[in-house]
Design a protein around this ligand. Structure first.
Ligand code: E4P
Length: 217
């Protein structure tokens, strides 16, 4: 499973990249605003900075909600760097724009996906990634992980190549459960990645090894 980090914070992206386990980055307008990155020019520059920090795909989201606007913005984003993936909302014009970019060989990420039907449309439109938001489904007492399982089954039934990018991952158990269910990618905050390190027996075991080494040296 690929690990993407879901942030526009350069320090956190660098920390994950330095661990050697990062495969890419996802961002959205809210994450950009959280870092105080505003205005089209600054946002575009920030995408390039992110691309220069990591080796993998970097999802950059369009703001337009009409087909022509999405195509215009998506082309400008794709021109920024060859690691950019155009992130499009799961609405009718977004599906149409997804098909346009797929036909041109430009990578896409269909975002704000909350149902198996939407994921089926994303695959039909040739999306590179589909982003089911599992945390936001959990927030409204709906089983987000069940959606990952449904999409996995549907995609496997027909050999769709669209990668399932489990998004809105909130914690380490989401990461582990997504891996069990066969998600291709997960994107979450840095804490959902570094949290995987934690086990008390590792710490206790390491302390004992070091103490025993010191006894003999
Ligand atoms: C996905 O690409 C989104 O940026 C993200 O995962 C949303 O997560 P949230 O529900 O924690 O805001």
């Amino acid at each position: 499973m690929k690990f993407f980090i879901d942030t526009a914070n350069l320090e956190q992206i660098k920390e994950a990249q330095d661990m050697g386990i990062l495969d890419g980055v996802t961002t959205n307008p809210s994450l950009m605003a959280k870092e105080g990155i505003t205005g089209t020019d600054n946002i575009m520059k920030h995408y390039v900075n992110i691309c220069n920090l990591v080796d993998g795909d970097v999802s950059a989201e369009v703001i337009a909600t009409d087909y022509d606007g999405m195509v215009r913005e998506g082309e400008a984003l794709a021109d920024l760097h060859d690691q950019i993936v155009v992130k499009l909302p799961m609405i009718k014009d977004g599906v149409k724009a997804c098909k346009y970019f797929s036909d041109k060989g430009i990578k896409t990420n269909m975002t704000l996906v909350f149902s198996a039907g939407q994921a089926l449309l994303a695959a039909k439109a040739g999306a590179t990634y589909v982003s089911p938001f599992i945390g936001r489904l959990d927030d409204i007492s709906t089983d987000g992980l069940n959606l990952i399982a449904e999409i996995r089954m549907i995609y496997d039934n027909y050999g769709f190549e669209t990668e399932i990018l489990a998004a809105s991952v909130r914690h380490t158990m989401h990461v582990i459960d997504c891996a069990k269910l066969g998600a291709d990618v997960m994107t979450g905050p840095l804490s959902s990645i570094t949290g995987l390190l934690n086990h008390p027996l590792t710490n206790i075991g390491l302390e004992k090894f070091l103490a025993d080494y010191k006894k003999g040296n």
